[in-house]
Ligand binder design. Structure first.
Ligand SMILES: Nc1ncnc2c1ncn2[C@@H]1O[C@H](COP(=O)(O)OP(=O)(O)OP(=O)(O)O)[C@@H](O)[C@H]1O
Ligand SMILES: [Mg+2]
Length: 338
């Protein structure tokens, strides 16, 4: 019985991953190509709406969304569970389609593409990192990385050398011939990152890339993801409900109430202060001497004490010169108001 369930799971996973590369018509063009706008926004959403219907109930998850994300930047989509982050990312990646509005990614008008054009768009223009890795279980690590490009008609020999180079970068060259099931979660996600980058996509989309990993492994995976995408000068959009990624973000947009709202420095700091305050009061109720006003004061940076927790250090690094979101003025300049 459990064997049947395992087989069913493997089958469904294969269908899902394969459909990413094989859906609809396999070859040919057919999608609109539009030039990028003057501000170098590589991703633009205009009046985008997405409604799901299930069991006779309609739910509008995103409505009249206008947003744009700049080229070469790390943009974080923040939002509570169910707010629509994956829905948005899936539409950017051409996995799902919008009901209304216009979506443009790297010059391609995704919202106007037919199935055939979407297949090519997914193979060539975007790389995707999923929370649950989605490696094909019947293929080796190396084959998982090279298969999408082989499908696109590229020479296996050239692909192999590049894939091995990237696997080496994430410390997994020695696992090239291993099967995914023999890898740890962190290792599988590192392979997924290599697969997402191997075809040199313009845009990387990562949906809760550390959501299925412990904190230390998640940190390592996030670091590698950022390192490789920044090195290659790629645009990265990360959907997450975790604030841990904020210190690495150039821009932060919150998915909330059906909309996508770009957060200013002040709004980000207020959110962090609220988290600090509630963390402080939780500690207080557990017997800690630090009160929530103290933790809020700590987070401002200049009066931070040695008891500053992870959140406080997040804010410190968020506002440091090398890791600050482009939108976020440094607190030590005093320019922290919205
Ligand atoms: N295929 C679908 N059919 C029906 N409803 C869906 C479908 N996909 C998503 N939804 C609904 O849309 C809403 C947004 O889902 P989505 O997965 O985008 O949220 P999320 O922000 O990614 O959440 P999480 O942080 O938990 O991953 C949820 O209420 C979800 O139930
Ligand atoms: Mg999600």
């Amino acid at each position: 019985m459990s064997c049947d369930i395992d087989k069913a799971f493997v089958f469904l996973l294969c269908v899902f991953v394969t459909s990413w590369f094989f859906p609809g018509d396999l070859f040919g063009g057919g999608g609109g190509y539009v030039s990028m706008n003057a501000t170098n926004d590589i991703i633009r959403l205009e009046g985008v709406r997405k409604t799901y219907e299930q069991g006779g109930r309609r739910q509008t998850v995103l409505d009249a969304v206008d947003a744009s994300f700049p080229e070469g930047a790390v943009t974080v989509l923040l939002g509570k569970s169910g707010s629509g982050k994956s829905t948005l990312l899936n539409m950017l990646g051409g996995i799902d389609t919008a009901d209304a509005g216009r979506i443009t990614v790297a010059g391609h008008e995704v919202s106007a593409m037919n199935d055939r054009a979407l297949t090519l768009f997914r193979r060539r223009t975007v790389g995707y990192v999923f929370q649950f890795f989605h490696l094909l279980p019947a293929l080796t690590v190396l084959e998982n990385v090279t298969l999408p490009q082989e499908l696109d008609g590229r020479s296996a020999a050239g692909l192999r050398a590049k894939a091995l180079g990237l696997l080496d970068r994430v410390g997994l060259a020695h696992k090239a011939d291993a099967m995914p099931e023999t890898l740890s979660g962190g290792e599988q996600q590192r392979v997924a990152i290599v697969r997402a980058l191997a075809h040199d996509p313009a845009v990387l989309l990562a949906d809760e890339p550390t959501g299925n990993l412990d904190a230390a492994t998640g940190d390592q995976v996030l670091r590698l993801l950022l390192e490789l995408t920044r090195e290659a000068g790629k645009t990265l959009v990360i959907a997450t409900h975790s604030h841990d990624v904020l210190p690495h973000a150039d821009h932060v947009h919150e998915v909330r109430g059906g909309g996508v709202h770009k957060l200013s420095a002040g709004e980000l700091l207020r959110q962090e202060h609220t988290l600090l305050a509630s963390a402080g009061s939780t500690r207080d109720s557990a017997g800690s001497t630090r009160d929530s006003a103290g933790s809020t004061r700590d987070s401002a940076g200049d009066t931070r004490d040695s008891a500053g927790d992870t959140r406080a250090s997040d804010i410190a690094s968020t506002t440091s010169a090398d890791a600050a979101p482009a939108d976020v003025p440094r607190t030590d300049t005093g320019a922290t108001s919205a």
